[in-house]
Design a protein. Sequence first.
Length: 282
Amino acid sequence: MTGFFVRVARQWIAGEMLDDGIERAKKSNSKGILGLLNLLGEDIKSKTQVKDTVSEYSRLLERIAQSKVSSQISIKPTQLGLAFDPEYCLQNYQKIAEDSKSYSDNFLWVDMEGSPFTQKTIDLYKQILAKYPKTGIAIQAYLKRSERDLRELLPLGAKVRLVKGAYNEPAEIAMKTKKEISENYSKLTRILFEDPGRNFFAVATHDGKLVDVAKELSRDNANFEFEMLMGVRDRLKAELVQDKFQVREYIPYGPEWFAYSMRRLREKRSNILLLVRSLFSS
């Protein structure tokens, strides 16, 4: 079993160190793919650990600028203290957003986590967005509330990364079947493309049918990109680049790779199939 997870880690995770992430982003850039770097870890409850995380992201932004790699960063709110102090979390995001401006005016994404943090994350993002327009938020298509959230956020100038969602949520708040989730994803994709404000957004899916939906809708709106995980659907990424679409690869790194892999497997059984497929196909 340990050998399996090592293989998964090599496929999905850049390595344990910051420079591993930078090198992987360079490799992606060489194929015409942009990077989206994320330090693994979440649900931090110690201010000491949070300070270390903030420092790591500041160093990461500096290295991105120095190396001239084309990459943004994405951060989970519980990495910056949302679980125990929302105001402290906001201050940390603001510091990193300032660093993002200082280093090549980079872009900062706010990841979305499990449902206990959904509203807190949206409230957090609204405050960040008001001061830092070059920030975005992930919205999960399997949550029943997401259409309402989209319609509330878009008039504020929100930049959205639309994902299916990977946490094992109760049926009261989340759609459970693949058909339901895909239909809602398509619906939300259409809302993003038809947004009168023409806000930038990301279609973050590995589902070929949903990619085709976005490609069809994109005839009237090119202010978006496709985003996919490192090590997944590499051939599809290459095809999209060849077709002149902007593609970005989510690149996690850090010593928490084993915990990350185990958590993803526990969260949703479909993740097991995705992991296995990623080892034997591209």
